[in-house]
Design a protein around this ligand. Structure first.
Ligand SMILES: [Zn+2]
Length: 400
C-alpha cells in the first residue's frame, strides 16, 4: 500500500514537472546530413578565402550525437522523431513509434505551455525534418497528407518551399495567412510562407541567403513570446547525396551565417536562451584528402549539380549549354545525358564533371546514402554530456 501510494505521488510529481521548460527561447539549427567533415571543409574554405572562423565555433560547447534508428542507419524521418518525440523508430516514420502508434513531439507540449513554434527550411515544408514538428505519418513520402496536417496544426510560422503539395482552397479554409514571400509585416495570425514549388534553390545558384531573413522574420513575429524555432539547412543533405562538395559548402556557410542572428539574440537574453546546432545524420561518407587536398581545384565550379542538370535539360545543343554554365570538354557526356533523359545527379555529365574535379582535389565519398557516423552537437546555454543519444537531445531542457 505504501509502495502504491509512493508511486502515485511520484507519478504526480512527474506529470506536473515533465513538461515545464528551462528556457524561454530555443533555437534549433539542423544541418541536414552535416557530419564533422562537412564542417571541417567549410572552415578550410573560409580560411582559403581569408575569412574568419565559422560562427559555430563561437558556441561554447561541443558534444557528439548518436543518430541510429531501428534500421541502423537513419533517415531524416526516424531521426527527427527520435529528437522530437524521444523514441527510436523505423525509417520513413514521422512521430509514429515502433508499434505503429502515434507519439507526440515536444513541440505539442511547448505549445501547451504557451510557446510559439516556427519552422524555416530550404526544403519543402512537408519534408521529413520540418514535418517532425507537426505531423504524424507512417510514410514521409505522403507529402499531401503532411500538408493537410500542417494546415490543421497549431504551428505559428512555417517558411519553406512546397507549393506543389498544397491545395489553394484548403489553405483559404485554414487558419493560416498565406504568402509567397517575406515582404509583408509579420502578423499575429498563423502564417504559411511558401516561396518555391518544392525545394528552395541552392545558395551557390541564387547568390542569396534564404534562412537568415527567415529567422529575422520569425524573431520579429515572436518578439513578445517564448519560442522554439527550427532553422534547417536541408540542402546540405541534397548536395551530399549528389557528391557536390562546392554546393554543400555554400549551404553550410548559409546556415552558419544565420547562426549569427541567433548569437546576437543570445547575447541580449543570456540565461533564458538555448542554441542547439546539430545534424540528424551524416550524408555521403565524406572524406577529406587522398594523401593530399587541393581545395583550389573546386574553385572553377560556379553552379550546383541541380542548375547544371536543368541547363542540360533546357538547352538544345552543347554550344548553348556552354554559354550558360561555361563547362567545356564534356560534349559526349552532354549528348549521353540528353539521350538518357536522366537529369539527376546520376546523369553522365554531372558524374563525369563532379567526380573528375573532386578526385583532382582529393575529396571522396563512400556512399550516395547516409552513414551512421556520430554528428556534432554544438550548444550555447547548455552543456551536454560528451555523447548524447538523439532521443535525449530535448530531455535536457525539461525542468528537473
Ligand atoms: Zn538524405
Amino acid at each position: 500500500m505504501i509502495i502504491i501510494k509512493k508511486n502515485i505521488i511520484l507519478l504526480f510529481i512527474i506529470l506536473i514537472n515533465i513538461f515545464t521548460f528551462s528556457y524561454k527561447y530555443i533555437f534549433f539549427f539542423i544541418g541536414d546530413g552535416m557530419g564533422f567533415n562537412h564542417i571541417s571543409i567549410s572552415q578550410t574554405y573560409l580560411e582559403k578565402n581569408n575569412e574568419t572562423n565559422l560562427n559555430l565555433y563561437k558556441l561554447e560547447n561541443l558534444s557528439t550525437l548518436k543518430t541510429n534508428s531501428l534500421n541502423t542507419v537513419t533517415d531524416s524521418a526516424a531521426a527527427i522523431t527520435a529528437m522530437m518525440s524521444f523514441e527510436k523508430t523505423y525509417n520513413e516514420q514521422i512521430n509514429i513509434d515502433k508499434e505503429g502508434k502515434k507519439i507526440s513531439p515536444i513541440t505539442y507540449h511547448l505549445k501547451d505551455s504557451g510557446y510559439k513554434i516556427g519552422i524555416i527550411t530550404k526544403s519543402s515544408i512537408t519534408d521529413a525534418t520540418p514535418a517532425g514538428l507537426y505531423a504524424r505519418t507512417s510514410n514521409r513520402k505522403n507529402h499531401k497528407e503532411i500538408a493537410d496536417q500542417l494546415l490543421k496544426s497549431n504551428i505559428d510560422l512555417a517558411i519553406g518551399g512546397g507549393t506543389a503539395f498544397f491545395d489553394n482552397d484548403k489553405i483559404k479554409n485554414s487558419n493560416f495567412r498565406y504568402n509567397n514571400s517575406l515582404k509583408q509585416i509579420p502578423s499575429e495570425e498563423q502564417e504559411l510562407i511558401l516561396t518555391n514549388y518544392s525545394n528552395v534553390p541552392f545558395a551557390i545558384d541564387s547568390k542569396t541567403n534564404y534562412l537568415k531573413p527567415g529567422l529575422e522574420y520569425a524573431l520579429k513575429k515572436f518578439s513578445n513570446d517564448n519560442f522554439f524555432i527550427l532553422i534547417e539547412g536541408a540542402r546540405i543533405d541534397h548536395a551530399s547525396h549528389a557528391h557536390d562538395i562546392k554546393t554543400m559548402i555554400y549551404e553550410m556557410l548559409e546556415l552558419d551565417s544565420t547562426l549569427e542572428t541567433a548569437l546576437n539574440f543570445y547575447n541580449k537574453h543570456k540565461n533564458e536562451t538555448l542554441i542547439i546546432f546539430t545534424s540528424d545524420h551524416e550524408t555521403g561518407g565524406l572524406s577529406l584528402g587522398d594523401g593530399f587536398l587541393s581545395i583550389s581545384k573546386i574553385e572553377d565550379q560556379k553552379f550546383s549539380y541541380e542548375k547544371i542538370a536543368n541547363t542540360i535539360k533546357n538547352t538544345n545543343n552543347y554550344d548553348d549549354f556552354i554559354k550558360e554554365v561555361n563547362i567545356k570538354g564534356l560534349e559526349k557526356e552532354y549528348n549521353e545525358t540528353k539521350n538518357s533523359k536522366d537529369y539527376t545527379y546520376n546523369s553522365p555529365l554531372i558524374r563525369k564533371y563532379l567526380d573528375t574535379m573532386q578526385k583532382k582535389a582529393g575529396f571522396s565519398w563512400s556512399t550516395y546514402g547516409h552513414t551512421m557516423s556520430n554528428v556534432p552537437l554544438f550548444s550555447e546555454g547548455l552543456k551536454y554530456p560528451n555523447l548524447v543519444d538523439n532521443t535525449k537531445i530535448f530531455t535536457f531542457i525539461l525542468n528537473k
